[in-house]
Design a protein around this ligand. Structure first.
Ligand SMILES: Cc1ncc(COP(=O)(O)O)c(C=O)c1O
Length: 357
C-alpha cells in the first residue's frame, strides 16, 4: 500500500518516531512502571493546557465523552448547540440516554454565539450546556471562551461541556479561561497520534455533579475513573499501554514546541489556506469563525473533488471531501498536528497545478 500523507481532519499524519514508540515492550498496567508513565502523562497534560483541573486519559476515541456527558453530567435537561454532524452526535447521545435535550441549531456554516445560548437558556431549566469548539464537518470554530463567560455569569451551576476533539493541541485552549467543566479531545487529530485514546479535563464541580447522577454505566463512570486515579494513580480498566508510550513521547515534543507556538503554527497554516481559497473560491464558514485546524472551502468553482483527491493521491497526499451532505459542495484541508506552513504551501501548489491554475 503506497503511503498517502494525511491532510484529512483526522487521523492526521503521525511522524514515524511517534509511531515507533508503540513497539516498546509492554508493562503490566498495575505496575509501578505504569503508574510512573501515566502520572507523567497527567502531569504533562496539566502543563501543556496550563490547567489545575482534573485530567484523565481513556482508552476509547473522543465519542465516549458524549456518553460520559450524557450519563454523568446531565442531570435532567441539557442544551446542545448543533452546528454540524459532530455537535448533532452530542445532542442525539444525550437524548438517547433518556434525558431531556434541546438543540440550539444554526444553519450549516454558521457559528453558535453567546447571545443565542443565553436566549435559549432563558426558555427552560437546563443543568448542562454542550458546545463543540471546532465543528469538523463545517470548519466552524465556535466562540467558546465568550460562551463560557456568558453562561457562568448568569448560570454558575450549569455544567459547560466542550468537545475539543479537532482543536485541542492545535488551537490554544486553557480550561480555566474557557470556564469549561468538561473538555475532551482525541489522539488522532492535533496530537498527531494514532486513534484510540481520549484525553479530558474536568472541574471539581463536574465530579460533584456526577456523584449525584445515577446510571453512569461502568466504562463510562467518571466517578469510578476519578476515584481510581486518586487512590491508585492508574486507570480502572486495562489501558492501551502502547499508545500511552506514544502520547507520553508526543507530549514532550508538544511541551518543547509550547502551546502558544503550536497555535501560531496552526493559525499560519489556516491563514495560508484561507488566502489561497479566497483568490478563486470562498471559505464555507461565516467570516470570523473559521477553524484554525481544518479549512472547509466552498467548492464555488464546481470542481470534481473526488478527482482532485485521486490526482493528489498520485503525489502522495490525501485531503477530505465535504462531510455528509456537504460532499462535493465543499472540501476540507486538515492542517493539524505536525504539518508546517511550508508543507501546506506545497500542497496548495500541487492543487493549483492539478487544476491548471
Ligand atoms: C468535533 C468532533 N467531535 C467528535 C468526533 C468524534 O471523535 P472520535 O472519532 O475520536 O470518537 C470527531 C471526529 O472527527 C470530531 O471531529
Amino acid at each position: 500500500m503506497s503511503h498517502k500523507r494525511l491532510l484529512i481532519p483526522g487521523p492526521t499524519e503521525s511522524p514515524i518516531e511517534i509511531l515507533q514508540q508503540q513497539t516498546k515492550w509492554l508493562i503490566g498496567h498495575r505496575s509501578a512502571d505504569y503508574t510512573a508513565l501515566y502520572t507523567g502523562i497527567i502531569d504533562k497534560l496539566g502543563k501543556y493546557f496550563e490547567t489545575q483541573q482534573n485530567r484523565t486519559v481513556l482508552t476509547a476515541s473522543g465519542t465516549i465523552w458524549m456518553d460520559i456527558t450524557a450519563r454523568n453530567i446531565v442531570k435532567s435537561r441539557a442544551l446542545a448547540g448543533v452546528c454540524g454532524a459532530f455537535s448533532d452526535r452530542m445532542y442525539q447521545t444525550i437524548r438517547d440516554s433518556g434525558k431531556d435535550a434541546d438543540q440550539l441549531k444554526v444553519e450549516s456554516g454558521m457559528a453558535i454565539k453567546p447571545d443565542m445560548v443565553l436566549e435559549a437558556l432563558g426558555k427552560a431549566d437546563y443543568d448542562t450546556v454542550a458546545i463543540v469548539h471546532n465543528e469538523t464537518s463545517t470548519g466552524v470554530r465556535n466562540p467558546i471562551e465568550e460562551i463560557g463567560k456568558a453562561i457562568k455569569k448568569e448560570y454558575p451551576d450549569i455544567m459547560f461541556v466542550v468537545d475539543a476533539v479537532s482543536s485541542a493541541g492545535g488551537d490554544y485552549l486553557v480550561p480555566e479561561k474557557l470556564n469549561t467543566d468538561v473538555m475532551f479531545t482525541s489522539t488522532q487529530k492535533c496530537f498527531a497520534l494514532p486513534p484510540g485514546l481520549s484525553m479530558a479535563f474536568y472541574s471539581d464541580a463536574a465530579i460533584e455533579r456526577a456523584r449525584t447522577v445515577p446510571g453512569r454505566g461502568y466504562y463510562t463512570d467518571l466517578v469510578a475513573i476519578h476515584d481510581y486515579y486518586k487512590k491508585k494513580q492508574q486507570n480502572p480498566t486495562t489501558p492501551n499501554i502502547s499508545l500511552m508510550y506514544a502520547l507520553d513521547y508526543q507530549l514532550d515534543r508538544m511541551l518543547k514546541e509550547t502551546s502558544k507556538a503550536r497555535y501560531g503554527r496552526h493559525l499560519a497554516m489556516a491563514e495560508l489556506t484561507r488566502n489561497w481559497a479566497g483568490k478563486t473560491m470562498k471559505m464555507f464558514p461565516e467570516p470570523g469563525y473559521e477553524s484554525v485546524t481544518v479549512s472547509t472551502i466552498a467548492n464555488t468553482l464546481g470542481k470534481d473533488i473526488g478527482a482532485l483527491n485521486k490526482a493528489l493521491g498520485k503525489k502522495g497526499y490525501q485531503i477530505a471531501n465535504g462531510y455528509g451532505d456537504l460532499k462535493e459542495k465543499t472540501f476540507r484541508i486538515g492542517h493539524m498536528g505536525e504539518w508546517t506552513p511550508d508543507e501546506i504551501k506545497s500542497l496548495l501548489w500541487h492543487i493549483d497545478e492539478i487544476w491548471g491554475e
